[in-house]
Design a protein around this ligand. Sequence first.
Ligand code: GTP
Ligand code: MG
Length: 452
Amino acid sequence: TTATDDTLRTPIVAVLGHVDHGKTSLLDKIRGSAVTAGESGAITQHIGATAVPLNVISEIAGDLVDPTDFDLPGLLFIDTPGHHSFSTLRSRGGALADIAILVVDVNDGFQPQTLEAIDILKRTQTPFIVAANKIDTVPGWNPNEGKPVQQTMDAQSDRVQSDLNEKLYEIIGELSDNGFSADMYWRVQNFQANIGVVPVSAETSEGIPDLLTVMMGLSQRYMKEEMEIDTTGPGVGTVLEVKDTQGFGTTLDAIIYDGTIRNDDTIVVGGLQGPIVTDVRALLRPRPLEEIRTEQEFEQVEQVAAADGVKIAAPDLDDAMAGAPIRVIRDRDRSEVIAEVEQELAEIEVTTQEEGVVIKADTLGSLEALSSTLEEEEIPVMRAEVGAVAPRDVRVAETAGEPTNQAILAFSVEVLDDARDLAEQEDVELFEDDVIYQLVESYDDHVTAIEE
Ligand code: GTP
Ligand code: MG
């Protein structure tokens, strides 16, 4: 069947990379908004999603994009805070994102979270390009605001050109060390076999036309079939965040990646105690070109079609988990949909044993990632859960037979005050971190200290 525009959904683009390498700034430039300015301490606290329609992309890309060459509706960008990695962005069958932009600071090169991101891209087989950001910081750089990158590179002195090329080839070398053949994007013929590197500046917008052109081209050329969906069927999505929204109680920030969700639908959501069945009370959406996390006044919409971000207000969402599936029931069999969500939750592999440590994480995806790291290290896990560290977690950890197992590893979650007090009282060790390998390292150090 030939697709018409109505059945092509917007490709989902995840923007990931090490802290401060410029993910949010790049999106800001693309969106023309100033999210960075409104962020506390310029660190992204939450995940947001923004749809950029094709006409906006073609305006920014200028001569490089002819909108008549494309029939995709645009791109849906998901910003991920560096410390949060990429782990919420899961869907049935792997990655939520269709493609990704890995942002690397040309001066800093590959850093721990760059490597963590590369690992996840590899595991989920997500096609990606590398945005080599901050080219304007090369000493002697002569900025050409908003220009395509080859044009501005040609306009630099020989010295600046060779300095930049040296940095770019370092990045290409690091990609190769990690098993990816890569080159400057304009030399890449086959983006499936080679990773394209796009030099950019989120400060001067140089190279941003190229970045958008490559992303549109990639989606159009390689992903068209996956974009052909039934945009009218019952919706399927992923929870990005569970949070309070004034006037609506506990709500879900979600990405719908298939079908539609309507404001009178009944949905099934993955929760701490299993599937939650609830009636949508309102669908809230930020205005076009604005970011979910900075938008105070939402507009209520009747329905949202994939792919798009939406805030869902409904009763009984307190136990919903970030990273969990959402499915619309509509005219489908209720118990069948509940079973599908149960199945999806069961597929998230966290093997627990009778004896081991307690782990807590902020999302299902990060719980999965932490538990697989511990499995590789042969560290047994007795209890694994999404959510803040509570006194009952300490009570469980306390029962471990081995002193080394009387420990709680908390990834990106709060530790409740009474839990902290109780842990101290009961000699249960608490480990907290926002980077998985650092969390595991500090636990390892503790074990070594006990054993010595
Ligand atoms: P996290 O969300 O904390 O992971 O960081 P991020 O990757 O979103 O980085 P962000 O966009 O917040 O940028 C970090 C800092 O780098 C800010 O001070 C930006 O102004 C600066 N920055 C980002 N891109 C560029 C660039 O291309 N050139 C220059 N000179 N500075 C940049
Ligand atoms: Mg950011």
